[in-house]
Design a protein around this ligand. Structure first.
Ligand code: CIR
Length: 258
């Protein structure tokens, strides 16, 4: 039976110092960010996810973006080696959390770099974005860990946004969603739906037809509702100022044995 646990990590008081790469820096209201994070966690819980808080990493401004520190496939965790040097030490608490949940643990080693935001799983296909934060050695290491377990790893170029999942995510039927101006090669995906907003490309599958989405993509929410899906909308404006999206604030663990 699939498990319904999700890792989350409380924002650091230094959140406002988080990295910004492709957008202009805007002032982040940390108090509001904490409220938004609590509402995000509550939305996961309301829709059947047991949330597990990874120990906070207050010295690391970007630590709330927990998705970047680990990639899960089946019961196996791959602890990443973030391309952003200032994020490298975020991984310790996450490693401890997944080990405690009974996952077997692997690591990305130097010279590899990989961030979880660059990894999009659709059934047994694992798309990995080769871009600013994930290098070729990171792609090879991901392949070496997961292909023997039955995955097929497909590398795709990412140059217009921070991570692959800043450009594309997937619907429950496997259709890939993306905002065309931000996607390097839409033709790499077998079934692609173009959405009208950049933030509309980011969905977290909550189960059934329910999709967690950001309030900043109302036209895409309407489009998806019109296709019979059920958007669950959260406001994550303070995280968006740091190039965060709904996907990066949690890691869903769907295939634990426990
Ligand atoms: N997976 C994600 O979308 N992560 C967002 C990370 C944002 C953070 N400010 C960073 O640049 O690393």
């Amino acid at each position: 039976m699939p498990s319904h646990k999700a890792l989350v990590r409380r924002p650091s008081p230094r959140l406002a110092e988080g990295l910004v790469t492709h957008i202009e820096r805007e002032k982040v209201d940390v108090e509001q960010a904490v409220e938004q994070w609590e509402a995000y966690v509550q939305a996961l819980r309301t829709h059947g996810w047991e949330t597990i808080e990874v120990e906070p990493a207050d010295d690391f401004p970007d630590s709330v973006f927990v998705e970047d520190t680990v990639v899960m496939y089946k019961n196996v965790a791959l602890i990443t080696r973030p391309g952003a040097e200032t994020r490298r030490e975020e991984t310790g608490g996450v490693e401890e959390a997944v080990a405690r949940l009974g996952c077997s643990v692997n690591w990305v080693w130097e010279p590899g770099t990989l961030e979880g935001g660059d990894v999009l799983k659709i059934d047994d296909t694992i798309y990995v974005g080769r871009g600013g934060r994930t290098n070729a050695a990171g792609v090879q290491q991901l392949r070496a860990v997961f292909e023997p377990l039955g995955a097929r790893v497909v590398a795709v170029p990412v140059s217009k946004v921070l991570h692959l999942k800043s450009a594309v995510t997937a619907l429950p039927d496997g259709t890939v969603l993306g905002h065309i101006p931000k996607v390097d090669r839409p033709s790499l995906f077998p079934r692609f739906l173009s959405v009208p907003e950049e933030a509309g490309a980011h969905v977290v599958q909550l189960g059934g037809d329910r999709l967690l989405m950001a309030a900043s993509a109302p036209k895409t929410a309407d489009l998806l509702a019109d296709l019979g899906l059920e958007p669950v909308v959260v406001d994550i404006s303070e995280f968006e100022k740091l190039e965060g999206c709904v996907t990066c604030l949690s890691v869903r663990l769907r295939d634990l044995y426990a």
